[in-house]
Design a protein around this ligand. Structure first.
Ligand code: ADP
Length: 694
């Protein structure tokens, strides 16, 4: 190559020309390699160099590549070779000092690294000039030009190289930005593609498969594996894998913190190891047992809502090196996978919940019907189909009102107003599945939610058995009453005659007759109460009202129970004011109420107990009470003891009808009855009767 060193004027003119050409040429090139090639060609041509190089730095100031021109031929150099030049050579000096340098004779300047081919026998001393590629304060690289003859370059060439370097700096930076944006675009489109492919998957297994496929495609690697954390978050389990030993590694477990995957799972930081033989973090346990040889690996966390749920690992890039954007791609697919895995898990849970609900629904013993808010049946279980004797397809065309008569008052009318407040409503009704068939049911209806929509669930419980038992009990009660009433009256009548025949005899006969009379009277009271219970329950009013002296009926009641109390060494005392008003009530019935309360008090209070009975007038009526110092009644039972057949103390005698009768009798008089009690200290049963009642 002929080298021309231009004269002063020619230099300044040609340098202007050169700068113009360079800026025009460079502005049209975007690809980094093209830019570098052009800078080198143009500058070596204009400065008159026979070789030169450009080293390019990344945004962190690290060398990422270099281009060399030697006798018009372009070569690229790998990072390792550049290191040496930067550490020891002229380019390194320029980069460190951020200023241009002129070396008229390389054999005399220590900034020039002497290489074997610099020996006098070979190329010998040369002339060199070097300038940093700077854009504002950012260092983009360094341009060095060399002439084979020492003292060829002077300050003119230095100035020229400086100007070229300024132009080239901008072009290199532009090209880098362009490459970066191309890379980003590649990552974005790869991720968009992955996202489409992954979200189109059907089940969880499918999803994992697709995630792996995407990593495979995006990074072009030999094997990929995906591991998820176990619920205790202490272990990673490889759920899915591809590559030559995929089957062996599936199901493999790694402790958190162990190996690269374990570390990524713990720290959440991506790890890329270009050469496993040089990196202590690599842990070859899996390789040892599978025979696979991991040369390079990249591992990124899989996150879901910010929490690490697993890792994604890509092994052995087919091109020996991981692509530049591996981190971005792997992390992108990782977070995509996290979101989809979680979504799929939620879906699976929902499906399972639905299946469980379906099973419960179908396997329930009770007939269940689901309707919308107009009562239209949209689902019915097997028992519902069976009890209604209607095929399911027919039922699904019907309205719930066609199955039974709805208790409009309970459900709040045809719009089911009451059910909107999430209240469960019970009522009794009848199913008529065939003209001669009637099935008594207890309907239990409430609102349920399904897929965020409200529906109504109707449980139609068959209560034929319960009704049957109720009827049996009622029949038994009527039988007792009717069959005992007249013989009892006869017994009492005979006793009366006997006692008048024996009047004056105070001895044993009198006492015996007394006991017999009391017992018979007790039976009579019980039968009367049973009859009243039945009538009052049926809603009949209290008819036998008469002016009643309250003190009298209270004293009578005390007299009736006194012998039993005495037998238990209990004291029964009264708490009565000097005067009590008379009332228009069924005196016999209320007397039986008081006797009932007294008998209970005596029955449930231990020996030596104290039982008080009293009454007091208040403005609207009279308050009665019976108190004891027995065991008391727990708060949760204070209401239910007034229900029929409710008994707390199952050991003693009784059938649980006494208090039910008391309540019906008091309420029949428009009064109110309740119990106050301190457990362990005793109970007070209170009831009121109003003066004016119908
Ligand atoms: P029973 O025939 O069992 O006496 P009742 O209806 O009279 O039926 O009473 C219902 C239950 O209330 C009783 O079984 C008993 O457990 C409880 N009970 C009633 N009175 C008292 C009381 N004074 N002290 C403690 N428990 C009582």
């Amino acid at each position: 190559m002929i080298t021309v060193v231009p004269s002063q004027e020619a230099t300044s003119l040609s340098s202007l020309e050169l700068l113009y050409t360079i800026s025009r040429e460079l502005a049209s090139a975007l690809d980094l390699q093209t830019v570098l090639k052009q800078v080198l060609q143009l500058s070596s041509q204009f400065v008159g160099a026979n070789s030169g190089s450009i080293i390019v730095l990344d945004s962190e100031g690290q060398p990422v590549g270099s281009t060399i021109i030697y006798r018009g031929q372009i070569h690229t150099q790998q990072t390792e070779q550049i290191r040496d030049t930067i550490d020891k050579g002229l380019a390194g000096w320029v980069l460190r000092h951020r200023e241009a340098a002129l070396i008229p004779d390389t054999s005399l300047d220590p900034r020039w690294t002497k290489r074997p081919d610099d020996s006098p026998e070979q190329t010998g001393a040369k002339s060199a000039v070097s300038a940093p590629l700077m854009v504002r304060h950012t260092l983009a690289g360094v341009l060095t030009l060399v002439h084979p003859t020492p003292n060829t370059f002077n300050d003119d060439q230095l100035a020229l190289v400086r100007s070229i370097a300024d132009q080239a700096g901008i072009a290199v930076l532009n090209a880098q930005l362009y490459t970066e944006s191309l890379n980003r675009a590649r990552v974005m489109s790869a991720l968009a593609e992955s996202s489409l492919a992954i979200t189109a998957a059907l089940g969880t297994d499918d999803i994992l498969q697709r995630v792996l496929q995407q990593v495979h495609q995006a990074l072009e690697v030999e094997a990929v594996s995906l591991a998820l954390l176990t619920p205790d978050r202490k272990t990673l389990e490889i759920k899915e894998a591809t590559g030559p030993v995929a089957n062996e590694v599936r199901g493999w477990r790694l402790k958190i913190g162990e190996g690269v995957a374990g570390q990524v799972a713990r720290t959440g930081k991506t790890i890329i190891i270009p050469d496993t033989s040089q990196d202590a973090r690599f842990y070859a346990r899996v390789d040892k047992s599978t025979g696979f040889q991991t040369r390079a690996l990249a591992c990124a966390p899989i996150r879901s809502r910010g929490k690490i749920i697993g890792v994604l690992e890509a092994l052995n890039p087919l091109n020996r090196q991981f692509p530049h954007d591996t981190r971005l791609l792997l992390e992108g697919i990782g977070s995509l996978a996290g979101a989809v895995i979680e979504q799929r898990e939620l879906m699976d849970n929902l499906k399972n919940a639905r299946r469980r609900f379906q099973e419960l629904f179908e396997d329930s013993i009770d007939p269940i019907v689901i309707t919308d808010w107009t009562g239209k049946i949209i689902e019915a279980n097997r028992p519902a189909v069976f009890v209604n004797r209607t095929p399911k397809a027919e039922l699904l065309k019907m309205n719930i009102q066609q199955l039974h008569e709805i208790d409009q008052k309970k459900v709040g009318g045809p719009e089911f107003e009451n059910l909107r407040d999430d209240i469960m409503v019970y009522y009794e009704a009848t199913l008529r599945p065939a003209p001669d068939v009637e099935i008594p049911i207890e309907v239990n209806v409430r609102q349920i939610f399904f897929d965020n929509h409200g529906f109504l669930q109707w449980i139609l419980r068959d209560i034929t058995e319960r009704k049957h038992l109720d009827t049996l009990r009622d029949d038994l009660i009527s039988m007792i009453y009717h069959d005992l009433r007249s013989p009892l009256a006869n017994v009492l009548y005979s006793m009366d005659i006997l006692s008048s025949l024996l009047s004056g005899e105070n001895g044993m006969y009198g006492t015996l007759i007394d006991v017999a009379v009391r017992s018979a009277e007790r039976i009579q009271r019980l039968t009367s109460s049973l009859l009243d219970l039945k009538r009052l329950e049926a809603g009949q009013p209290v008819l036998n009202r008469d002016t009643t002296h309250l003190t009298e009926i209270i004293n009578d009641a005390v007299d009736a129970v006194k012998p039993v109390a005495e037998s238990k060494k209990q004291e029964v005392y009264t708490e009565l004011p000097a005067e009590l008003p008379t009332m228009n009530i069924d005196g016999d019935m209320i007397r039986r109420v008081i006797i009932n309360l007294l008998e209970n008090a005596i029955k449930y209070t231990p020996i030596n107990g104290r039982i008080g009975v009293g009454a007091n007038a208040f403005e609207g009526g009279v308050l009665f009470w019976v108190k004891d110092n027995g065991p008391g009644i727990s708060p949760e039972k204070r209401d239910s003891i007034f229900d029929k057949f409710t008994r707390l103390h199952t050991s003693g005698r009784g059938i649980g009808l006494g208090l039910a009768f008391c309540r019906l009798a008091v309420e029949g008089h428009q009064g109110r009855i309740w119990v106050e009690s301190e457990q362990g200290l005793g109970s007070v049963f209170l009831f009121t009767l109003p003066f004016h009642s119908s």
